[in-house]
Design a protein around this ligand. Sequence first.
Ligand code: NDP
Length: 313
Amino acid sequence: MQKLVYCTVRLKPELRSRLEKYARVFELGEEGPAPDLAKVEVLMCGPITPQELDAMKNLELIQCVYAGVDALPWSHVREDVIVASNAGSNADAVAEHAFALLLAAAKRVVFFDSRIRGGNFEIVGESRMLHGRRICVLGLGAIGTRVAEIAKAFKMHVVGYGRSRRNTVQVDEFYTQERLNDALRGCNYAVIALPLNKYTHGLITYEKLSLMKRDGILVNIGRAPIVVKEDLVRFLRENPSFIFASDVWWNIRNPSEDADVYSLPNVVSTPWIAGAASSRETYEEMLRLAVENVVRYLRGERPLNIVRHEDYK
Ligand code: NDP
């Protein structure tokens, strides 16, 4: 009997047909009676509730549609369930966005744009160069690797920071987890491309920010809670030349709670659009890659991007 795949996202007909070669498929929202969750063997999901997970007694695989799996209710994920992220599925889009934020901040695009709208063409202050400057890429996974490659094209000095080196990007220096201080010390720029897990939560504190140059720029396209918000606000207030450029937020459901950050003059913001929300094309590609990984499992192969439960529990 074919396995039952339950999708909480809607699929294009060709992606559904691809899955139906190997499995029975039910998409949330489709017509007809919903399946008994206890019979679901493969879950392809975005957000999912603890109650739904508890009901899936026969679950074998969770394939997340997003690269980050931090939003899963991990305490309800059984130890024997394989969890696969969709890491790398939008690496190009997110790395491009990281550089959009970095360049907007370094070249003061937002600053001048808002002044010019008021008719003010006065040239004040100085822009920052990327060429030859030191950039730390925190997390050398799919996105971090693309960021490092782009940084090399700008002829920057690239410092990698991560746990393992799966990818072959040429960085000038590489530091593992316990050497974060060495990675950040003296950097002009840093880009957070880490997942949010129990080891990275609160990683960037006031002390870590202080290791960077006072006129540095920190870009965050990973997840907001990797940075300690109160420390960041204090650091930005004390160092008006330092810029924080972020796509990710602590309170995305109630963004006004992050006004203490985004209303500061030395902050450049986008509303969490680097990945799935950046374009239909990016989202479709994410779904395609998620489906391909499920197909891999249904054919008896090992899925890609298997996440360590230990990172989240
Ligand atoms: P990858 O899994 O390819 O990369 C993550 C990298 O971080 C891996 O190299 C991993 O190492 C490393 N890592 C994990 N834990 C630690 C740790 N404790 N210390 C140091 N390094 C660590 O994922 P992606 O590059 O595709 O995505 C990264 C993150 O970016 C996602 O998890 C998500 O949170 C965020 N993201 C944000 C988007 C947005 O819209 N702003 C869109 C897409 C992703 P190892 O190989 O050893 O596990």
